[in-house]
Design a protein around this ligand. Structure first.
Ligand code: GTP
Length: 597
């Protein structure tokens, strides 16, 4: 196909600004999908996405557009809409020449708008700025258009306005694409280089990779080589997205489509890798790396019989989610489960929610943690993920914990509250600047551990839902870390142990002890609840005994009878106490491990 007639683009937007809805309208206007087949958010496939309105993955689509006699092929691909998938966003951006930057007319520019727009500009993409939801009565189309124009440094007239819901303005927007977004400039006769920007696992056909052919071309039956992983496969089928997969037998420079590889292991064909023909020597496309999990949490089935079901579900998720990791773990209190690694907390929440919904699993999830490194006095370097693995201070030279660069976007009125929230963490504020006169960006560097538990929720609540955050990894720095344990009746409850900065551990210990006291049912004997840092008790509460009136039925009479009964009760309690076991009910675990409290 002549590259001059191809336009490749994506839509970048903050969550909920209407990306999927606009994609649906584009399908309709270009008659890519028959009207009778059209249902709301055609390109969003999973129920969970539909319900929560978060697109986990949107199907790419190839549309035809006629400008008079000229016919164009337009490929629209997805950008994962959330902060945890920064790497995948960057690979999607590398697969196209242009972007529609979509901003909600009731909300204005938000953190993800800024960070994705900056990434798109860095990649040299042509940006078409668009205000969406102009049909809403509370739309501030004029103000937000001015804001967006100022932010991008473009004339106001350049900003399109649409309603992805009613379709208003969508036709005009589409008509701008051929003239504004440049066509691909691949070397048609060079050796094949195709960029993997996404993939799906098909249980019958193995891994199906979604590619942008940069240079050269590929035909069905040719032998493939994956440059970074070194794997080989075969192009069993090649085709394009309508949006369902339609075989074409070949793909040329500038085109976007799919290749059925026959490979069974998704880890051999990762996003960002370059595909070439076997035997050919080409340089890999820039930007490839393997995303590493940075946030960890353990999932335990509430019912032990669900363990195999959980194992099965996680293995299935892994096929389409190379960044997810999991290993079997055991807890005295919670039984067998999995310690899982994620790209961030949203990635974790989505996974948890899908396990609950799609597999009907009732799960207990521990508080998320980060990966810490300990350099020992003997020079060894070890990885610590769970508190149990944290070595004692006597053998440790230094701990290193991950840090993040964060960017919080808010409106000037909310800035003081945002600053207060940031100051509750160990963050260093690097910069506060106003953009487009109505928004403030706060840039800070912060230990990742300080923002993974409930920071995003609290940010929303201090800013009436307006402020938003994006983050990226910023390497490791030394940290003074300790292990905080909770003891119930003198016994450590592993599920409650945490790794914390020393100067916060005591406060947190007191808080957890109080909370545990509130949530633990009373026993027949008094139960001490303690918090300990490295074996030293730093907080203590006593849950008083449940008093059972064993003498109530006695009416008057000899006091010795009453005393005898009380003595018997005392002995019984002593025996119970000697056994020392307090059964902590699952509700108590849930209450303490629940985040956002
Ligand atoms: P993520 O994939 O989570 O980033 O969301 P999204 O950007 O794909 O947003 P989506 O298309 O799911 O739209 C979010 C909500 O806004 C949905 O309830 C849509 O129905 C609604 N919406 C989208 N566009 C418009 C519009 O133009 N007008 C109105 N009134 N509502 C809209």
């Amino acid at each position: 196909m002549d590259q001059k007639h191809i336009r490749n683009f994506l839509i970048i937007a903050h969550i909920d600004h209407g990306k999927s809805t606009l994609a649906d309208r584009l399908l309709e206007v270009t008659k890519t999908v028959e009207p009778r087949k059209m249902r709301e958010q055609f390109l969003d496939q999973m129920d969970l996405e539909r319900e929560r309105g978060i697109t986990i993955k949107m199907q790419p689509v190839r549309m035809k557009f006629f400008d008079g006699p000229k016919e164009y092929v337009m490929n629209l691909i997805d950008t994962p809409g959330h902060v945890d998938f920064g790497y995948e966003v960057s690979r999607s951006l590398a697969a196209v020449e242009g972007a529609i930057l979509l901003v909600d007319a009731t909300k204005g520019i938000q953190a993800q708008t800024v960070s994705n727009a900056e990434l798109a500009m860095l990649q040299g993409l042509h940006i078409i700025p668009v205000i969406n939801k102009i049909d809403l009565p509370q739309a501030r189309t004029e103000d937000i258009s001015n804001e967006l124009a100022a932010f991008l440094g473009v004339p106001r007239a350049f900003i399109a306005s649409v309603s992805a819901k009613t379709g208003e303005g969508v036709g005009q927007l589409l008509a701008r694409i051929p003239g504004e977004i440049p066509h691909p400039l691949g070397k048609e006769n060079a050796p094949l280089r195709a960029l993997i920007f996404d993939s799906r696992y098909d249980s019958y056909r193995g891994v199906v990779v979604y590619v942008r052919v940069i240079d050269g071309s590929i035909k069905k039956g040719e032998r493939l080589r994956f440059v970074a992983s070194g794997a080989h496969g075969d192009a069993l089928e090649i085709g394009v997205f309508h949006p369902e997969l339609v075989p074409t037998g070949s793909l040329g420079a500038g085109e976007i489509g799919y290749i059925v590889t026959g490979l069974k292991d998704p880890l051999l064909c990762r996003v960002g890798d370059t595909i070439t023909l076997s035997g050919g020597a080409v340089e890999a496309l820039p930007g490839y790396h393997e995303p590493q999990p940075v946030v960890f949490a353990s999932f335990f089935p509430q019912n032990a019989d669900d363990f195999p079901g959980l194992a099965d579900a996680l293995s299935k998720f892994k096929l389409n989610d190379a960044a997810l990791t999991f290993d079997v773990t055991n807890s005295d209190a919670l039984g067998r489960g999995f310690r899982c690694g994620f790209l961030g907390t949203l990635h974790m929440e989505i996974t948890l929610e899908r396990l609950r919904r799609e597999y009907g699993l009732a799960l207990v999830a521990t508080l998320p943690t980060v990966k810490v490194h300990a350099v020992l006095k003997n020079g060894k370097r070890i990885v610590v993920i769970t508190p149990k693995e944290l070595p004692g201070p006597e053998i440790v030279e230094a701990f290193y914990e991950p840090w993040a660069n964060i960017e919080i976007l808010s409106v000037p009125e909310d800035l003081p509250a945002v600053i207060r929230l940031v100051q509750e963490t160990r963050a260093q504020i690097d910069e506060i600047k106003t953009i487009a006169s109505t928004r403030v960006v706060l840039k800070a560097t912060v230990p990742l551990a300080d923002i993974i538990v409930d920071f995003a929720d609290r940010l929303k609540s201090v800013s009436r839902g307006y402020a938003s955050i994006t983050w990226e990894g910023a390497g490791e720095r030394p940290g003074d870390l300790v292990r905080l344990d909770l003891l119930v009746a003198g016994e450590e409850v592993e599920a409650f142990s945490r790794i914390l900065p020393r100067d916060r551990a005591e406060f947190e210990g007191r808080r957890m002890v109080e909370k545990l006291k509130e949530n633990l049912p009373r026993q027949l004997f008094a139960v001490p609840i303690q918090a300990a840092i490295g074996g030293r008790i730093v907080a203590r509460e006593t849950l008083s005994a449940l008093r059972k009136d064993v003498t109530g039925y006695l009416y008057g009479g000899d006091y010795t009878r009453k005393r005898k009964l009380l003595e018997k009760q005392k002995r019984g309690k002593k025996k119970l106490k000697a056994m020392g076991k307090v059964n902590i009910p699952q509700e108590t675990f849930l209450a303490l491990l629940k985040r956002g409290e």
